[in-house]
Design a protein around this ligand. Structure first.
Ligand SMILES: [Zn+2]
Length: 634
């Protein structure tokens, strides 16, 4: 069956309730104000940001004034401000707040002052050395930063209707177009991101130069493997001292071969999924089947060979990168929060090309596990790295595990993950719901009200992901497509109280709506074991636990020594009491516990006693102090 392309809804069309509302409120009330303080260097006990000061000082440079204390921070420090603006703008759509809107206007006013007459906007180069603009695409992230600011501009316009930042970024895109296309200067982004941002701008404004630039960057990428080597030969400075002659570096930067010939997901995981999202966006907009085929191969490689059961990707700290098929170590995992956010972006774009439940399944898997685990339950601390196993005393300490922290720290100098989580949560409706001319799509179960373009109004009531009963009140005329998650082998649908014999097609059921209907979907809420493939070293033969979209883990605080627990795989895990502290139900599993011994090795057979092990949702781990944690159990 040929489907008309569907796209994300506008975030304004979704008013959340339930679980998503709780998280959006947390982000609006805690995360966004706190990030704002950091950007203004107004937060005590955190690393200095200087991000807004950089824009103020860049404005002074352009006016010929003394640049004050100059530039401070990472070469991509501007992107922290961009991501905050994006998240705060989405927050305005969910939670109108005139004070926040005024504060956004103030920051945007400062940014506009930092834009050069020719449209150039980047405080690192404007403050430090304007002659070095566009001479180090390999390392200096100018196009990456521009991409984030374009995304911020689109979100701010969508939220407020104000064009100040949007017009600023359109001028910036014209500047970039002039440099790379009109003047024909060679170059592609060292760090992909701008591709998907240009597609957003094109879809919002119809700006054809944005589409042309995206096409240019995608088609040029990997064509000339010497590109960055030639670039480096023309300059005598460096940001990171990375070597463009290193072939590994080319793969790390996803520019070792043309994108259309890519077979495997390689290199820096966040860059990879941002790039693939841009490719899938472009394919969906232009009908480029060759590009789409590459996206499908990359998608399959990620989800069939290179993804953790928690939806985490990028298994090594070395370059925050993909490694090899089936290399998914639980304890030295990298699985950056941002990479799972990017995987959701990629999945959402793949859904635009084809309605297939597997894309929606992976969005949920990444969101409800790695992305939510990235943020503490109080919204104040964040994980950059999301291991599936920690041992206090080893994790975060020994050289091989230094990156795998057992508790969330407050803020990082490289502050990419917290604002990424914030912007995703605040724009959740875009990922949960989609539409085309005749069909409204529910890709992820999300409580709240949605107003579709075709006039259909849907109200979803549910305690998902804690309850698997979902009630939809729908009015209007058209077709409704509801995703039934792949993990729910059994499900039941009633329409106006009568059994609806719904056939699942590619993961979705379709219901024709004419007038008002009540639809109830009951998904399988039984906890299940998940078995690891024998091809995955270290966890083959082990099991994990899942209920609905939630992967569970075992913590020392509930179980003593988790390493001593052996799960009885013939048992049936059951739902236990509700934990108010975690805001979730725990699970109980019949297990055995091995008696402790201080002998490193012994010829005595271990003594096993009966034990009832407690599991908690993975996204809640590490919220009760430093304690052992495991997803995969013997
Ligand atoms: Zn990150």
């Amino acid at each position: 069956m040929i489907m008309k392309k569907q796209t994300q809804i506008s975030e304004k069309a979704y008013q959340s309730s339930g679980f998503i509302r709780k998280y959006q409120k947390l982000v609006s009330d805690v995360v966004i104000p706190w990030q704002e303080k950091i950007l203004w260097d107004d937060a005590p006990d955190t690393e200095k940001s200087h991000a807004i000061a950089n824009f103020i000082n860049a404005g002074k440079v352009l006016r010929g004034e003394d640049p004050g204390d100059g530039f401070y921070g990472m070469v991509f420090q501007d992107s922290d401000v961009a991501k905050w603006i994006e998240a705060a703008s989405y927050s305005l759509m969910n939670t109108p707040d005139i004070t926040l809107e005024n504060e956004l206007d103030k920051v945007i006013g400062i940014i506009v002052q930092a834009q050069d007459e020719d449209g150039y906007l980047n405080t690192y180069f404007t403050v430090k050395d304007q002659d070095k603009r566009w001479t180090n695409l390999h390392e200096a992230h100018e196009l990456y930063v521009a991409g984030h600011m374009i995304e911020a501009a689109c979100a701010n316009f969508e939220a407020t209707g104000k064009r100040v930042l949007l017009d600023c970024m359109i001028r910036n895109v014209e500047h970039i177009y002039d440099h790379f296309i009109s003047k024909g200067n060679p170059g592609v982004p060292g760090h992909p991101e701008i591709e998907l941002a240009l597609m957003k701008l094109y879809r919002l404004t119809g700006n054809s130069h944005a589409l042309e630039l995206c096409s240019h960057f995608l088609n040029e990428r990997g064509k000339d493997p010497e590109l960055f080597i030639n670039e480096a030969s023309k300059r005598d400075w460096s940001v990171w001292n990375s070597n463009p002659k290193d072939q590994g570096d080319l793969e790390y930067r996803q520019c070792d071969r043309p994108l259309r010939s890519l077979e495997k997901a390689t290199g820096h995981a966040v860059r990879a999924v941002y790039l693939y999202s841009g490719m899938a966006d472009f394919a969906s907009e232009t009908g480029d089947d060759e590009m789409l085929s590459a996206c499908r191969r990359l998608w399959d490689n990620i989800v069939k060979n290179r993804m953790y059961v928690t939806g985490g990707i990028g298994s090594t700290v070395q370059g925050e990168a993909f490694t090899a098929d089936y290399d998914l170590p639980p304890d030295t995992a990298y699985a950056e929060t941002c990479a799972s956010v990017g995987l959701i972006f990629f999945a959402s774009r793949m859904l635009e090309n084809n309605i297939r439940g597997e894309y929606a399944d992976i969005m949920e898997q990444a969101f409800y596990n790695t992305v939510l685990a990235g943020m503490a339950l109080d919204g104040k601390r964040f994980f950059y790295v999301n291991p599936l196993e920690v041992d206090p005393g080893i994790s975060g300490i020994v050289p091989t595990h230094r990156h795998d922290l057992p508790v969330r720290p407050k803020w990082y100098q490289c502050a990419c993950c917290p604002p990424n989580v914030a912007r995703l949560i605040e724009s959740f409706g875009k990922y949960a719901y989609g539409e085309n001319d005749d069909t409204a799509f529910c890709h992820m179960t999300a409580a709240g009200t949605v107003r579709f373009r075709n006039g259909m109004v849907l109200d979803c009531k549910t305690d998902y992901p804690h309850s698997m009963n979902v009630n939809y009140s729908v009015s209007g005329t058209g077709r409704l497509a509801i995703h039934i998650p792949g993990w729910s082998k059994e499900f039941k649908v009633t329409v106006d109280g009568k059994d609806h014999n719904a056939e699942r097609r590619d993961g979705y059921i379709y219901i024709d709506v004419n007038g008002k209907v009540q639809i109830e979907v009951v998904l399988d809420d039984t906890p299940h074991f998940v078995y690891a493939s024998p091809r995955i070293p270290r966890i083959s033969g082990m099991i994990a636990l899942r209920r609905g979209p939630l992967i569970y883990c075992f913590e020392g605080i509930d179980n003593g020594s988790v390493k001593s627990v052996r799960i009885n795989r013939n048992s049936k895990p059951c739902v236990s009491a509700y934990s108010a502290e975690l805001g979730a139900h725990t699970l109980l599993v019949d297990s055995f516990i091995e008696q402790d011994t201080d002998e490193l090795y012994t010829e005595e057979q271990p003594v096993l006693g009966p034990y009832e092990a407690t599991a908690v949702p993975y996204y809640t781990w590490g919220n009760r102090g430093e304690t052992e944690m495991r997803v995969w159990m013997q």
